[in-house]
Design a protein around this ligand. Sequence first.
Ligand code: T5A
Length: 217
Amino acid sequence: MGYADAVRGRFITFEGAEGVGKTTQITRAAAHLRARGIEPLVTREPGGTPLAEKLRALVLEPGQGAVGATAELLIMFAARASHVTDVIRPALEAGRCVLCDRFTDATEAYQGGGRGVEPDWIRALAGIAHPGLLPDLTIVFDAPAEVARARISTRGFGEDRIEAEDTAFFERVRRAYLAIAAREPKRVQVVDATRPEAAVAASVAVLLDAVVAGMDR
Ligand code: T5A
């Protein structure tokens, strides 16, 4: 049971490697919920508070010099602790539906799968940054790294520091996400993101409807 079940709200996270279409789908998901009379809180990681947005810029902007895997890990969790305490928990406690672009599964996929950080460190930091808080639903948008990278190249702005990694890195990230989904099949649903936007959105809508059923409007 997710933390949010106990407090009426719903916590839904959108995950996947770069360019799979998470941002596009979170916008569509918010519109879908509004049409059902639910006004969601849409947020993102790293980010979502003034402090966490500053940490996001520090960790993602190119030109900061070397950022080692351990520093990257700790910055992600520092940003998350701020976001959970100041935004996510209060919204869930107020009965809101929170749609979050990435959460701790991203740390497991990128810092764990991509960079080789010890899974035990990630679990320990999750226990400090968000004790007792798990998403009610996590949607993993899945596509081969080449498909996602081709989409990024049409986006109209440059790559950030992590996006500049090679295809092998993003294949490790993808495998890590699929391993999380295999380990937690109830919470984590994989959606084929290679399909057209509207088809992906239709799959997402089915998952959202199931998780918001019974929420106060
Ligand atoms: N990170 C984050 C960590 O390493 N550890 C952590 O713990 C956390 C929380 C965050 C970065 O930080 C890392 C991961 C990331 O490197 P971000 O802004 O969340 O950065 O990252 P991105 O995934 O890079 O966001 P993007 O905006 O680049 O990708 P999206 O959101 O997946 O894709 P989107 O929706 O912007 O779409 C990309 C392009 O594809 C088109 C869109 O129109 C757009 O042009 N598109 C489609 N085209 C064809 N068919 C579809 N179905 C399409 N859907 C979208």
